[in-house]
Design a protein. Structure first.
Length: 248
């Protein structure tokens, strides 16, 4: 909901939905829940319901007012594919992203099964990047669901990484983000888990982005993996075609 973001892999955030519910271990120390409760206490109007799922219709057309092209993280404070978000509202969000063709929109979900179920009802613009979050081996099936969608760019966010994911299939993926958990109660990430995933990306020729080690003091821990900053991004679609609306 801000033109400007401290999240390393995006530039701005946009929240046409706020609030969520926890569905897997990666949600245990949800930063969005902490932030929503803080904003509620501060009297921020959009968070009057705290972390209860809320459709923010007044925010729907915000990206259309941002004229400078940028990468926008959609629903940093929620999950667009939450069961309580109606299909017609999801389609309205996609309509805005289609019309705001000069931006790139990044969506993340843990609800990959619903994503795949609704895929047939979504018109996927090329400026929408669709990702799933995976924190442990038990949830690697989310990657298979993502792979089966018609999204133009598909990516995987492994944050927080709670165990070694081993070797799995990255075919059809355009990008992998990796990060350790941060904030109160942060669970540690073993270095070997991170380097193993990086090596899998290198072997699979998938761009790799190392976001952070995490911890209670994430800035101090930094984001250097074996002496290197990994800021790789997915291959871009033709920017000229996107900006003119010739590709949608």
């Amino acid at each position: 909901m801000a033109n400007g973001s401290s999240i390393e892999w995006t530039e701005s955030t946009w929240n046409p939905v706020t609030g969520c519910t926890k569905i897997s271990p990666g949600c245990k120390h949800c930063y969005a829940e902490r932030m929503a409760k803080r904003l509620q206490a501060m009297g921020q109007r959009n968070y009057a319901n705290g972390f209860e799922l809320t459709l923010q219709e007044q925010m729907l057309e915000l990206p259309l007012r941002w004229k400078k092209p940028q990468r926008i993280f959609v629903n940093s404070m929620s999950d667009l594919f939450h069961d309580e978000v109606p299909l017609d509202y999801i389609q309205r969000v996609f309509d805005v992203m289609r019309r705001a063709h000069w931006h790139q929109f990044q969506i993340l979900t843990k609800r990959a099964e619903r994503l795949l179920t609704l895929d047939q009802y979504i018109e996927w613009p090329v400026n929408v990047w669709m990702g799933v979050s995976v924190e442990s081996k038990a949830y690697l099936s989310r990657v298979d669901s993502l792979r089966a969608t018609n999204a133009a760019i598909k990516f995987l966010s492994v944050e927080p990484l709670l165990e070694d994911l081993g070797t799995f299939n990255l075919t059809g993926l355009d990008w992998v983000i990796l990060g350790g958990e941060s904030g109160p109660g942060a669970r540690p990430m073993d270095e070997s888990w991170a380097t193993n995933l990086r090596e899998l990306c290198l072997r699979s020729h998938v761009p790799f982005f190392f976001k952070q080690w995490g911890g209670v003091r994430k800035k101090k821990a930094g984001r250097t993996l074996e002496g290197q900053i990994w800021n790789e991004m997915p291959e871009q679609k033709d920017r000229r075609l996107i900006e003119t609306g010739a590709v949608a």
